[in-house]
Design a protein around this ligand. Sequence first.
Ligand code: FRU
Length: 728
Amino acid sequence: MKAKFESLSAHLLHLKISLGLVVLGALLPGVLQAGLPDKVVADFEGPDYGEWKVTGDAFGDGPAAGALPGQMAVEGFLGKGLVNSFHGGDQGTGTLTSPAFKLERKFIQFLIGGGKFAGQTCINLLVDGKVVRTATGPNDQPGGSERLDWQSWEVEEFLGKPAVIQIVDRATGGWGHINVDQITQTDRKRSEAQVDARRDFVIAKRYLHLPIRNGATKRHVTVFVSGKELEKDEMELADGAPDWWAFLDVSRWQGQTVTLQVDRLPGESTALSAIEQSDTIPDAAGLYHEALRGQFHFSSRRGWNNDPNGLVYFGGEYHLFYQHNPFGWDWGNMHWGHAVSGDMVHWRELGDVLAPDALGPMFSGSAVVDRGNTSGLATAGKDPLVLIYTAAGNPSVQCLAASTDARVFTKYAGNPVLPQITGGNRDPKVFWHAPTHKWVMVLYVELNKVHTIHFFSSINLKEWKYMSRVEGFFECPDFFELPVRGGGEDGKSRWVLTAASSEYEVGQFDGRTFTPETGKLPGHRGKGFYAAQTFSDIPPADGRRVQIGWLQTATRGMSFNQSMTIPLELQLAGKPEGPRLTWTPVKELAALRAKTHRLEPLTLAVEGTNPLRGVRAELMELRAEFMPGEAETVFNVRGATIVYDGKKQELSVNGHRVPAGLRDGRQRLTIYCDRTALEVFANDGLTYVPMPYNAPVEEREVGVKVTGGSVQFSVLEVHELKSAWGKE
Ligand code: FRU
C-alpha cells in the first residue's frame, strides 16, 4: 500500500489538439485583468500531436494520459492529456516543435513539470529562429514531484510576430524528462512565481506550524539557523487552506533567527505567510484522541511513519526511532523520528533526530551501544549510542550519528563510513559479535539484479570489511542468535536471518558466513506488516529478543499516517521439522488491562448463547484456550470475524485463512483489537496474524459461538484495555 509505489493513472485520450481555440479567460486559474480572451496554443487533448513535429523517442506518438510506465503519479495537468517525455524512461531524448503561430497577447503561460535542466529539459519560445524565452521543470534531485505548475513569459515586445514553441528533452539522467500542458496566449498576467522565497523567524516559541495539503507540489525547503544551512526538506506546503498543520521543533534555537527558504511558490501562495510560532504543537488538545489513532499501537504525532529504526535499550529507556515524514501524509522526505519508553508499551515522542542533508534522505538503519567506545565517538567518558543509517542520495551510502544522552545526535564528520556497493544498497543492521570481538553489519545490496544480504565486519564502526553474502532477502535485514526451546535441540542456539517481508532462514554463523539449514520459511501470516526490526542491547539478564514491525494501518483524513505493531517477543521453538520462530505479545502489555471478564471453564454447543454477552469494549485483549475438535469456533470482536476451523486446523481473520496447528488437541488464541488493527496469535505463536482493521465506532461487542460440534474452553477471558498514550 506504500505510496512510494505509485500506479499508472488510467486516463483515456480523446479530443484533439486545438490550435487557436478560444477559451474564456475565466476558465483558467490565475489573476484576472482586463484584455482580450485567452487563446489556447495547444491543450494536448488529442490522440496525436497534430501539426507539431516530433524528433527522437522521448515524446512518443502523442500526448500521454498521465504517468508513463515507471513514473510517479503525474498531476496538475488539465483535461485528459499532456506532453510527457518519459517514453523509454529518463533515457529517451527528442524534441516537439509547434507550427508557427502569431503572437497576439502580452503573455504566454503554460503548465510545466519534470527536470530542471536549462537547455536540456525545457520549453523554448523561438522568434526569428532564436530562443527568446525558456523555462524548465522544478526537479534536479532524487525525490521531488511530478506535479505541473504554471509559468508564464512576458512577450509584449514580439506582438504581431510569428513564433514557434519547442519542447526539448536532451537529458538522460535522473529527472531527464519534461512535462508540458495547456500552452495559452493571454493578456492576463499571472502573479509571478516566488523563487527562493524566504521568511525569517526570530525564535521565541517552541514550534513553527506549517500548512500542509496532501498531494500538493513538494517544495524544496532549506532550513537555516543564524544563516547556517541545517536541513533540506520536501514539504507538501498548502498555498491556501491546509488539510492539516505540521510542526518544526525550533526549541533549540531560542533567540536565533531561523530562515525557511522555499525553492518556488505560486505568486498567490500564502504558504510562508501562514506559518506561525507556538508553544504547543498544532491541535495539541486532540492529540492521541483522534478518531483513527491506535491507542496501544505507536504512531507519530504528525505525518507519515514507515519502518522502525534503531530499536535499542540505552540509558534505562527503550528507544524507538522510525522512518518519518514530519511534513507530509505520504512517504517521502525521510527523517528519523524518535520515541522513548520505560516498558515498550507507553511511548513518549521526542523530536526528529536525523533530517535529510546533502548526502540524501535518512533511510532505515539500526542502533548499538558502543561499549568501550570502539568508535571514539564518546564524549564525557560515556559509552555512545551510535545510529547506523543509510543516506539515500546518489550514491547511497552508510553513515553514523552518535549521542551520549540519547537526545541530541551528532552526525559523524567522517561520513560516509561505507561507500555505495550498488545503487539502492541500504538498511544496515549492526550488532556486536562477541566470539570474534567485532561489529557485524548485514546490508541489503542488489547485485546483478539479485537481492542479496552482504555481511561486513568492523572493529570501530567506522571502517568496514566485506565478509560474505547470501541471496534471497529484500530490504531491512535483521540477524540474531536465539536459543532453541524444547524438542531435541533444547538449549542449543541458532542464527535467524530475516528481512522486510518477515520470511526467515535458520542456520549457523561462524562470525564470517551464514550457513542456512532451512529454506526460506514464512514469517507473519497476516497483512500490512513490513520491515520489522529487533531491539539491540536488551540486558542479558532479560535475554529477550523483541521485535516491532511497521503496521500499515489505514488512517485517511488524519494528520498522521501508519503505525507500529505491538512489541513481539521472538523465540525459536524446537519442532520435529527443525527450529521455528514464534511471535508472542510482550508481557508488559498486561499493564494496559483495565477490567477483566474471566469465565469459568465451559463447553459451548451449537446454538449455545454467547457466553461473552454483555461484554463491551473499544480496546481489548481476548484470550481463549479450547479443544476445538472438528468444530468451527467463531469469535466476533468489534465486527471482525475470527474463526478457528478444528477440522482443517486453519485460522481465518476476516476471511484471510492461514494454517494454525494444535498442541495436544488444544488451541491457544490471543486477539488484540485496537481502533485500526487486529493482532491475532495462535498455535503457541507459530501463527501470528497482524491485520489492519478499522473497527466500526459503534461496534463494541464481543462474542463466541460454535458450529459443527461442541467446544470445550478451559480459558475464556476478555481484558478491556486502556489507552497507552499520555502515561509514560
Ligand atoms: C522499507 C524501506 C527501506 C528504506 C525505507 C525508506 O520499507 O524501503 O528499505 O530504507 O523504507 O523509507
